[in-house]
Design a protein around this ligand. Structure first.
Ligand code: NAP
Length: 309
């Protein structure tokens, strides 16, 4: 079995930055990248708020940023495998990490596995994924040219993706459970100014209905209890994220929402195991904050490893 000095689990901005820093520290890191490099930003369209890459002529996309970060980490010695971790044993050192196709031993670990879109949990949702239900406008918007879609949620993701979807769709109706948006001011202004976007306030989706493909949503006004059906071809759901913690349960201390608890040095409850990015940060969830956390975890891990030798 391969024994590594550092294994980084996950390849979003936190993981790629941790790979760069541990690579430059000559620790020869191995990144278990998941099946798709880049995590959530690989599914993101234009990124306007990550400093350093923007110009008046070009706003970088998520995949472009991932590509640069990946090449940079590889250039400085990081190695990548495309596999999913299914089980870990952090009880004894070296730590044991099992993937679908291999098993590894590691002196130290940085966990950067991020989070996944929260599901609505209503009838029809699971049934119609890929047949009208989506969690990614960038991925699926193209299939809704000249069609009508609804977007569920009132945060930055809902508005950003809703605005993006107006490139394809005829109409985008944003269904929000309150009468005030959580999204930031700039996105609100853009969404209100967009003629293709309208809002259905104080309303929750109770069911997604269709006949092989999505045809509508059954919604309830939470103030009046009125139930009605909104005809639509697509349902895009952006109501937050859940931490990807399934293989970490029982191994690392977590908060009540399932996020890994870290201290100010990105240390988890197990010495030698660090965590960075959205798996330990339900608050900021920005590319820039994840990059900072990945760097911090790598710097702290390097010091810890040096102290062990
Ligand atoms: P979020 O800020 O947590 O917003 C989730 C939205 O979904 C809220 O409006 C919430 O309603 C609603 N919601 C939650 N559970 C629901 C349910 N069961 N049924 C119906 N509605 C539900 O999540 P996000 O928009 O994905 O953003 C996550 C983080 O990423 C935020 O920190 C955000 O600032 C950041 N982000 C930033 C950008 C950007 O800067 N361009 C873009 C995307 C995301 P309530 O408002 O009533 O709670």
């Amino acid at each position: 079995m391969q024994q590594e000095r550092v294994i980084i689990i996950g390849s979003g901005p936190a993981g790629l930055t941790a790979a760069l820093y541990t690579g430059r520290a000559m620790l020869n890191p191995l990144v278990i990248a998941g099946m798709q490099l880049g995590g959530q930003i690989s599914l993101t369209g234009e990124v306007e708020n990550y400093p350093g890459f923007w110009s008046p002529d070009h706003t970088p996309t998520g995949p472009e940023l991932v590509d640069v970060m990946h090449k940079q980490a590889e250039h400085f010695g990081a190695r990548f495998v495309y596999d999913e971790v299914v089980e870990v044993d952090f009880g004894v050192r070296p730590f044991r990490i099992k993937t679908y196709s291999a098993e590894y031993l590691a002196d130290s670990v940085i966990v950067t596995v991020g989070a996944s879109p929260t599901k609505l949990g209503v009838p029809g949702e699971a049934e119609y994924v890929g047949r009208g239900v989506s969690y990614c406008g960038t991925c699926d918007g193209f299939f809704f040219r000249n069609k009508d879609v609804v977007v569920v949620g009132g945060g930055d993701s809902a508005l950003e993706e809703g605005i993006f979807l107006t490139k394809f769709a005829n109409k985008v109706k944003v269904i929000h459970r309150r009468d005030q948006l959580r999204a930031g001011a700039i996105l609100q202004k853009r969404a209100f100014a967009n003629e293709k976007i309208s809002f259905i306030w104080d309303t929750v989706v109770e069911e997604i209905v269709g006949n092989g493909v999505v045809q509508g949503v059954r919604v309830k006004n939470v103030k009046t209890n009125e139930i009605r059906q909104v005809e639509t071809d697509g349902v895009f759901i952006f109501i937050g994220h859940d931490p990807n913690n399934h293989f970490l349960v029982g191994q690392l201390a977590m908060d009540e929402e399932g996020y890994v608890i870290t201290d100010e040095h990105y240390r988890t409850s197990v010495p030698g195991v660090y965590a960075a990015g959205e798996i330990q940060d339900p608050h900021f969830r920005q590319i820039s904050t994840s990059v900072g956390q990945g760097a911090g975890a790598a710097i702290e891990l390097e010091k810890w490893l040096a102290g062990q030798e």
